[in-house]
Design a protein around this ligand. Structure first.
Ligand code: DX5
Ligand code: ZN
Length: 224
C-alpha cells in the first residue's frame, strides 16, 4: 500500500441495475454496503451508448445518503456541470478528451463546491493529470473502453495504476485512485495491489439480484 492509499471503497455502477426499479436498486445497494453510488452518464457521441442525465440523478438523490460518484462520458461536459451539481452529484469526473480546457473544467467543478475527478481511457497516459493535480480529488483509471458494462478487464492498466499511485503519494495530496471496468472478485485484488483505493463495479455488484448484493460487495472487498 502506498502511504496515501486508503481502505478500498466500493462504488457499484447503477448501469447494471434494473432501470425499471432504479430507486429501489439504489436503496438496496446502499444497504448492502456500497460506499459510493457510481453513475455512468453517456451521450451517444463521446461513447457509443446513451444512459441517463441530471433528471435521473435528481430523482435518485433521496434514495441514498451515500456520495454520488458521477462519471461523465459526454462531449462537451462543461454545459452540464451545474445541472449535475444541482441534481446532487458529490464528485464529478470528466475525460480530458471531452473538452478543450481540462483545467478550466476542473476549476468549474470546484467552483460548484463538488469534488473533481479526471478519467483516463485505456490509451490516455498518466501524464494527462500531472499539471492539474492541485485541482483533483480523484483519478479514475478505465480498465475497459468506456461505453458498456460487462467488458473484460484490460491487464495493461495495472502498470498505469501503479504509476499513478506513486505520483499521488509523491504529491502528498489526498487524491482517490479509482478503477472502472471489468472489476470482479479476481481482478479487484490485483487493482488494489497495484495501488487503487476505490473500485467501480457494475456487473459484479448487481449480479444475482438484491439478495446477492451484500455478498457481492463483500467479495469485492476480499471478505468471504
Ligand atoms: C463503462 C462504465 C463502467 C461500467 C462498469 O463505461 O464507466 O462504470 O458500468 O461495468 P462493469 O463493472 O460491468 O465492467
Ligand atoms: Zn463509470
Amino acid at each position: 500500500m502506498g502511504p496515501m492509499q486508503k481502505p478500498v471503497r466500493i462504488a457499484p455502477s447503477i448501469l447494471s441495475a434494473d432501470f425499471a426499479r432504479l430507486g429501489e436498486e439504489v436503496r438496496a445497494i446502499d444497504q448492502a454496503g456500497a460506499d459510493w453510488i457510481h453513475v455512468d452518464v453517456m451521450d451517444g457521441h463521446f461513447v457509443p451508448n446513451i444512459t441517463i442525465g441530471p433528471a435521473v440523478v435528481k430523482a435518485l438523490r433521496p434514495h441514498s445518503a451515500k456520495p454520488f460518484d458521477v462519471h461523465l462520458m459526454i462531449e462537451p461536459a462543461d454545459p452540464f456541470l451545474q445541472a449535475f451539481a444541482e441534481a446532487g452529484a458529490d464528485c464529478i469526473s470528466v475525460h480530458p478528451e471531452s473538452g478543450p480546457h481540462l483545467h478550466r473544467t476542473l476549476q468549474s467543478i470546484k467552483a460548484l463546491g463538488k469534488r473533481a475527478g479526471v478519467v483516463l481511457n485505456p490509451a490516455t497516459p498518466p501524464s494527462a493529470i500531472f499539471h492539474v493535480m492541485d485541482l483533483l480529488d480523484l483519478v479514475l483509471v478505465m480498465s475497459v473502453n468506456p461505453g458498456f458494462g460487462g467488458q473484460k478487464f484490460i491487464e495493461g492498466q495495472l502498470d498505469k495504476i501503479a504509476e499513478l499511485r506513486m505520483r499521488i503519494d509523491a504529491s502528498g495530496r489526498d487524491i482517490d485512485l479509482e478503477v472502472d471496468g471489468g472489476i470482479d472478485r479476481a481482478t479487484a485484488p490485483r487493482a488494489i495491489e497495484a495501488g487503487a483505493d476505490a473500485l467501480v463495479a457494475g456487473t459484479a455488484s448487481f449480479t444475482g439480484g438484491p439478495g446477492a448484493y451484500a455478498a457481492n460487495i463483500a467479495a469485492l472487498r476480499g471478505e468471504g
